[in-house]
Design a protein around this ligand. Structure first.
Ligand code: FES
Ligand SMILES: [Fe+2]
Length: 405
């Protein structure tokens, strides 16, 4: 295994989690790959710009017979490190504007961003006061833990809780902070969370440290992205090294299984990669990957390799709009493995992922696909994924992109 001889203070076990470092300069600095929507997966014609190609595809593409656009589940809204105590950020998630702020108690809170008084955006110019957010327009204050208005600074008496009536409040989104991500729970009927986001103890305890992240915006329905795990037949076609290295071949063997009670919201994909050199399998190239999907928007890609050790990539898929997904991959790796190794893994994963993005950005959703026997896992995956939709799950509507509870 390629290990470091010394612990550096930035990467030793127990060091604080800081997933936002820069990408250049120092070899141990995390790798950060940020891609705009038009950067990946569009083919400009006749010398046109990528942005124009992206716009044209978005306008002309047939979208197909889509499932509901916002499945019930947990979604990442921000990384822990970008929200310091007393800071507030405006985030678009599931077509809504939310204010994400960190109170003086250190907890992250998520509230609807629009003030019920006259509609100002609490996250744009608002300030954190204690564990509340204060509106920038007239100074009303809302508590992070339940969204209730606790102060109207200019109202005659009645300006401190409990005098403000209970109905004066903004919606609070259930949230949690795990593995360096701030996550929110969405359910179309406002139901409480039905499962918790699992904590990776190797990350919390500092055995695996942050080595980089990528961020992509994808023009597709959310279901297309996790469905990749049930689509084995694309692996040896789309994810091959290309014709330049004919002596070198990748071979993928995959299986996928939904989990049983009480973890029916989870599924696992087992993926074994072999390297074929000049027609012979090279066992040093074996990689074992277990992709654990937890709900519709979170996957842990745990991998192990004899030479380069163990680590995980956390994939988060968050719908920004019905057909716009923000996908992040954050890599954590054994602290004592050369940082270059996880950075190469993340970069390689990104190359492969962008091949999928090209497909997703340009395809239509086919609700009744023509499949052969070998594709049957796609249908099993769809049946499993359908548990995240309920009767009132929002659907794409013409000229209307948001939902109501
Ligand atoms: S709009 Fe928020 S206090 Fe008036
Ligand atoms: Fe893929």
């Amino acid at each position: 295994m390629l290990r470091l001889g010394l612990r550096s203070s930035a990467s030793s076990p127990g060091s604080s989690f800081t997933p936002c470092g820069g990408s250049t300069g120092c070899s141990s600095a995390p790798l950060v790959l940020l891609r705009a929507l038009e950067d990946v997966g569009y083919v400009p014609e006749d010398g046109r710009s990528k942005a124009r190609a992206a716009n044209e595809v978005r306008r002309r593409r047939k979208i197909g017979d889509l499932p509901p656009v916002y499945p019930n589940g947990w979604y990442r809204v921000l990384d822990t490190c970008v929200l310091k105590r007393g800071q507030v950020r405006n985030v678009t998630v599931l077509g809504e504007q939310v204010a994400v702020f960190r109170g003086q108690d250190g907890k992250a809170y998520v509230l609807d961003a629009y003030c019920p008084h006259l509609g100002a955006n609490l996250a744009v110019g608002g300030r954190v006061v204690g564990n509340c957010i204060e509106c920038p327009f007239h100074g009303w204050q809302f508590a992070g833990n339940d969204g209730k208005c606790v102060k109207i600074p200019y109202a005659e008496k009645g300006f401190i809780c409990p005098s403000v009536p209970d109905f004066v409040k903004v919606r609070r989104w259930p949230s949690c902070e795990v593995n360096g991500h701030i996550m929110v729970w969405f359910h179309c009927d406002g139901e409480d969370p039905q499962w918790t986001v699992p904590e990776k103890r190797a990350i919390t305890q500092g055995e695996w440290v942050y080595r980089g992240r990528s961020e992509h915006f994808i023009n597709a329905h959310i279901q297309e992205i996790p469905e990749n795990a049930g689509d084995f037949s694309h692996l040896n076609h789309l994810h091959t090294p290309g014709i330049i290295f004919k002596f070198l071949q990748h071979e993928w063997k995959a299986s996928w299984e939904p989990q049983s009670e009480p973890n029916t919201h989870c599924a696992k994909m087992f993926l074994n990669h072999s390297l074929i050199l000049f027609g012979h399998r090279c066992s040093l190239g074996d990689i074992h990957v277990v992709a654990s999907q937890v709900g519709p928007g979170l996957v842990f890609l745990d991998f192990e390799q004899i030479l380069i050790g163990r680590g995980t990539i956390i994939q988060c898929v968050t719908p920004v709009e019905p057909l716009l997904q923000c996908v992040t991959h954050t890599i954590f790796y054994q602290w004592n493995v050369l940082p270059l190794i996880p950075k190469i893994i993340l970069a390689g994963e990104s190359v492969q992922f962008e091949r999928d993005v090209m497909i997703w950005n340009n395809k239509k959703y086919v609700s009744k696909p023509l499949i052969v026997k070998e594709d049957s896992t796609i249908q099993r995956h769809r049946r499993w994924f359908s548990q995240f939709y309920s009767e009132n799950s929002p659907r794409l509507q013409y000229q209307r992109d948001t939902f109501d509870f």
